[in-house]
Design a protein around this ligand. Structure first.
Ligand code: ADP
Ligand code: MG
Length: 277
């Protein structure tokens, strides 16, 4: 089997993303491990297009990410260059991603209950707040970057899109999936912490309804709805308060959206956190 950095043995391919390929791997330094914590994810990104100074910046950013420690953030373990690929080693989440989970439920004509939605939403808010107070933005929040481990959610790929795009702030021209992109990002007005808030508003809607907050039959249709379209509304089975919070998060004007700190002051969220601990 293939071993990278003399340490990580590839077990299998997990999938291909916008920037590279993700593999499940085994950390050979954790010998005699029986709880599965030696299983990690190796993300391999071709650096052919990165300039040398950008590679240095990417390594710096990786160091910042490796210092983040939060129960709802996928742990960033290591990064290194192996030949012409930049590799990132992170925690493995055996529950798969939220996108897979949503598709599963849809297929079985089921829905998440409000308690699960609220648990996961609060975990998202706590994780994003933690990052934002450390001045790290996610920049690519989407259901495929949210993972499940022991029925708790963990945000993955935090700050990674910045690493992958080098130092020049290409984040605003990033062409990934458009569903979670905020109006200001689509209008090339720049990415800021409120753009992450918009994305978790979209994810909240999706957890409640299993449908995208802004959807359409074409890319242009989706983008038009994000920038000009009316606000989505949660089904009546969800509390008015949750709907109000979601609507605030989906304000077209980023200045009108609540920050992570504002969200934690919302009684619905604060009370839920008090109940969890
Ligand atoms: P993208 O985010 O564009 O889907 P990624 O490279 O991040 O691309 O992920 C590719 C695949 O690997 C996805 O199916 C994802 O669910 C899986 N994956 C990525 N990171 C993890 C992780 N930490 N734990 C479990 N699965 C992961
Ligand atoms: Mg990802």
């Amino acid at each position: 089997p293939r071993v990278l950095a003399n340490r990580y043995e590839i077990v299998k391919k997990l999938g291909k993303g916008n920037f590279g390929t993700a593999y499940l791997c085994k950390d050979l330094r954790q010998k005699n491990c029986t709880d599965g914590s030696d299983l990690k994810v190796l993300k391999e990104i071709s650096i052919g297009e990165l300039q040398p100074d950008e590679t240095v910046e990417a390594a710096k950013e990786a160091r910042v990410l490796s210092k983040l420690m939060h129960p709802s953030i996928v742990k960033f373990h290591d990064s290194f260059i192996d030949g012409d690929v930049f590799c990132i080693i992170t925690e493995y989440c055996e529950g798969g991603d939220l996108d897979m989970k949503i598709n599963d439920l849809k297929k079985n004509k089921k829905l998440f209950d409000e308690k699960t939605v609220l648990d996961w939403f609060v975990q998202l808010v706590l994780a994003v707040h933690y990052m934002h107070t450390r001045r790290v933005l996610h920049r690519d929040l989407k259901t495929r970057n949210i993972f499940l481990k022991k029925n708790m959610i963990k945000i993955g790929d935090f700050g990674i899109s910045r690493i992958l795009m080098g130092t020049t702030d290409l984040a605003s021209t990033f062409t990934g999936t458009p569903y979670y992109m905020s109006p200001e990002v689509l209008k090339h007005e720049g990415y800021n912490s409120k753009s992450d808030i918009w994305s978790i508003g979209c994810i909240l809607y999706e957890m409640c309804t299993l449908s995208h907050a802004f959807d359409g039959t074409s890319l242009m249709g989706v983008m038009y709805k994000i920038v000009e379209g009316e606000l989505p509304k949660l089904p009546d089975r969800f509390s008015k308060d949750l709907n109000r919070i979601m609507v605030l998060m989906l304000s077209k004007d980023p200045a009108k959206r609540p920050s992570g700190t504002d969200l934690l002051k919302e009684p619905l969220i604060a009370n839920h956190i008090a109940k969890m601990s």
